[in-house]
Design a binder for this molecule. Sequence first.
Ligand code: ZN
Length: 202
Amino acid sequence: MTKTFRAIAFVMSVALLSSAPAGMSARQAAAELYTCSMHPNVVDAKPGQCPVCSMTLKARAMTPAEKEIVDFFRAYDAAFVAKDMEKLATMYAAETTVYEGGGINRGWKDYRDNHLGPEMKGFENLEFSHANVVPHLFGTDGAYVTADYAIKAKTGERVTDGGGLATYTLAKDAGGWKIRHTHTSAKRRATGGGPNQDRGGR
Ligand SMILES: [Zn+2]
């Protein structure tokens, strides 16, 4: 093998190793977060400008714990799309609280039996994903996570096509990270979508 060929082969293998899994944004797969050197509280999952001082955000590698949390949400999205309630059950603490669209579910069983479970049964053609997942760690076993979410589904004649912002509070125990609390807010639409249109609260 010539030196040049070896170099090309090496570059190609690195490119293959670092290519994003299907459905993931390449940026998030790069395992980097973007912060402002002047405003350390500004953290984003994608390149851009600081909203406070307009400086270009600097990339930094995720810590192992941050990477774990981003992977947690990748697994969450896969379980959600697969309607895998058993897997989802392992991702919520028993005492979880879910705030959504002005309503509250208290505990995983309440959320499962009175909210998520019935919703999942009705969903057809379900698409669901988180993006811009930014973990904010408190020590080694606590974190809050901000993210965007998008959802598309049909439930009978009703069409859900929306998304919005989500905040998750996570706590880590022997079984890994678990959702202790979550609060989602669906995006406002400029025009009403009609009686069968849902903004994607979930
Ligand atoms: Zn700044």
